[in-house]
Design a protein around this ligand. Structure first.
Ligand SMILES: Nc1ncnc2c1ncn2[C@@H]1O[C@H](COP(=O)(O)OP(=O)(O)OP(=O)(O)O)[C@@H](O)[C@H]1O
Ligand SMILES: [Mg+2]
Length: 250
């Protein structure tokens, strides 16, 4: 089982857009996939036309695993299951803090699902908290959308520095450029420079595109209904790049 997270300290950069399209690409490739939405905003359930999760008991790791299991829903796409979010997830940090080994709990909980799924995908909320630290320690790969702007660059540098300070494995950090506007000079400059100082940048670039925004109207992953638009082709290339690097082909 491989655990891949869509994560950034920064909000609104394309984490959920990546998570739902990667989840779709994973099931399409024949991998048994579980997409777990850790963000109380609950956007994953919206995109897959589901309600939110039932309230979870989160008093200890066993209760959390049972609660997550009871919230697994089949999506419209064979092989892709979803655990929607719940507003109660806003208390995740407090619950984790009360547990022993509080920074490694999520990995232990997710190991419960090891025999049932090839890949677990985590859509993460935008911040750096105890839940984020659990995500860092649970993930085999952390895919990070980076809009080529100065503030996005800064948050990526903060994350890299955090990994160094905590002696976490920096090689699992896999940034990529998101919402790119080719005509924007600053975007072009940052895209030329940032990968030089930040190893592990994925090559594929996701353009800024109204087709991605329209996912909110269609309420399904872009890859489920479009093959030819530039953004769909870019997402497919990005998913293939992530899959080829994170795990052996089945
Ligand atoms: N490549 C893109 N081009 C244009 N709009 C995009 C693109 N990617 C995402 N968006 C839009 O930007 C908004 C934020 O995207 P998304 O929800 O994926 O970001 P996020 O990082 O998950 O946000 P949050 O931090 O709030 O969870 C959404 O309205 C989405 O439709
Ligand atoms: Mg999101």
């Amino acid at each position: 089982m491989t655990i891949i997270s869509s994560y950034s300290i920064k909000g609104g950069v394309g984490k959920t857009a990546l998570a739902v399209n990667l989840a779709y690409a994973l099931q399409e490739s024949g991998r048994r996939t579980l997409l777990l939405d850790l963000d109380p905003q609950g956007a994953v359930a919206f995109y897959f036309r589901m309600g939110s999760a039932k309230k979870l008991r989160m008093r200890d790791a066993d209760a959390l695993a049972d609660g997550l299991r009871s919230n697994i829903r089949e999506s419209d796409f064979p092989g892709l299951d979803i655990i929607p979010s719940n507003l109660a997830y806003r208390h995740f940090d407090i619950v984790l803090d009360s547990m022993t080994k509080s920074r490694k709990r999520l990995r232990k909980v997710l190991e419960e699902f090891k025999s049932e799924y090839d890949v677990i995908l985590l859509d993460c909320p935008p911040n750096i908290t105890l839940l984020s630290e659990n995500v860092f320690r649970a993930s085999d790969s952390i895919v990070i959308p980076v809009i080529p702007t100065v503030l996005s660059q800064r948050t990526l540098e903060q994350l890299t520095a955090f990994f160094q300070a905590e002696e976490l494995p920096g090689e699992i950090l896999r940034p990529f450029f998101s919402m790119v506007q080719k005509r924007n000079k600053l975007h072009r400059e940052i895209m030329a420079e940032l990968p030089l100082s930040c190893p592990g940048f994925l090559k594929t670039v996701i353009p800024f595109s109204a087709d991605v925004e329209k996912m909110g109207l269609r309420r399904m992953p872009l890859l489920a209904y479009s093959t030819c638009c530039e953004a769909a082709q870019a997402y497919r290339a990005l998913c293939n790049e992530i899959l080829s690097e994170t795990e052996p082909q089945p």
